[in-house]
Design a protein around this ligand. Sequence first.
Ligand SMILES: *[C@@H]1O[C@H](CO)[C@@H](O)[C@H](O)[C@H]1NC(C)=O
Ligand SMILES: *[C@@H]1O[C@H](CO)[C@@H](O)[C@H](O)[C@H]1NC(C)=O
Ligand SMILES: *[C@@H]1O[C@H](CO)[C@@H](O)[C@H](O)[C@H]1NC(C)=O
Ligand SMILES: *[C@@H]1O[C@H](CO)[C@@H](O)[C@H](O)[C@H]1NC(C)=O
Ligand SMILES: *[C@@H]1O[C@H](CO)[C@@H](O)[C@H](O)[C@H]1NC(C)=O
Length: 119
Amino acid sequence: MAVVVSSRLHSYVCCLLFIIISQASAQPSFLNHFCLSDEGSFTANSTYHTNLNTLLSNLTSNTQIDYGFYNLSYGENSDKVYAIGVCRGDVKPDECRSCINNSTVLLTQICPNQKEAIG
Ligand SMILES: *[C@@H]1O[C@H](CO)[C@@H](O)[C@H](O)[C@H]1NC(C)=O
Ligand SMILES: *[C@@H]1O[C@H](CO)[C@@H](O)[C@H](O)[C@H]1NC(C)=O
Ligand SMILES: *[C@@H]1O[C@H](CO)[C@@H](O)[C@H](O)[C@H]1NC(C)=O
Ligand SMILES: *[C@@H]1O[C@H](CO)[C@@H](O)[C@H](O)[C@H]1NC(C)=O
Ligand SMILES: *[C@@H]1O[C@H](CO)[C@@H](O)[C@H](O)[C@H]1NC(C)=O
């Protein structure tokens, strides 16, 4: 019994340390991410890809939205792309923008050609 408790305590401490270390490191990351293949994938340099890059650059350059909810779309028909960004209610607008910006960079690295991705 004592062994079980102490081994649990040990792994709990390890976990805490790991979280603290990963938060202190410079490169932010997602707690969770999903690259979904249900909607298929797109090819590099296609119209879809160009639309996606336009949309993401608009998303990160948007300074009008200051309430932490972003819902943009761009393009026509099957090349239309959508982006939704949400920040927790107590996050300041510039912090939210920075986080959204970082997320678009990270998410397109993790999910390079999936049509649906969540981070
Ligand atoms: C897409 O365009 C970039 C830059 O123009 C180029 O380096 C890359 O080879 C192209 N990729 C494909 C698959 O055509
Ligand atoms: C986001 O915008 C699209 C239209 O571009 C709309 O259909 C959709 O309902 C909106 N979603 C939310 C959660 O507001
Ligand atoms: C993206 O930004 C450009 C330049 O500000 C603007 O012309 C274009 O309409 C914007 N597109 C979207 C989808 O917001
Ligand atoms: C965005 O990334 C930069 C550089 O990695 C980092 O300094 C900044 O804290 C990040 N912003 C957020 C909101 O995580
Ligand atoms: C978004 O992040 C990239 C790379 O981290 C940085 O170069 C760029 O200046 C940032 N853009 C904004 C609007 O913060």
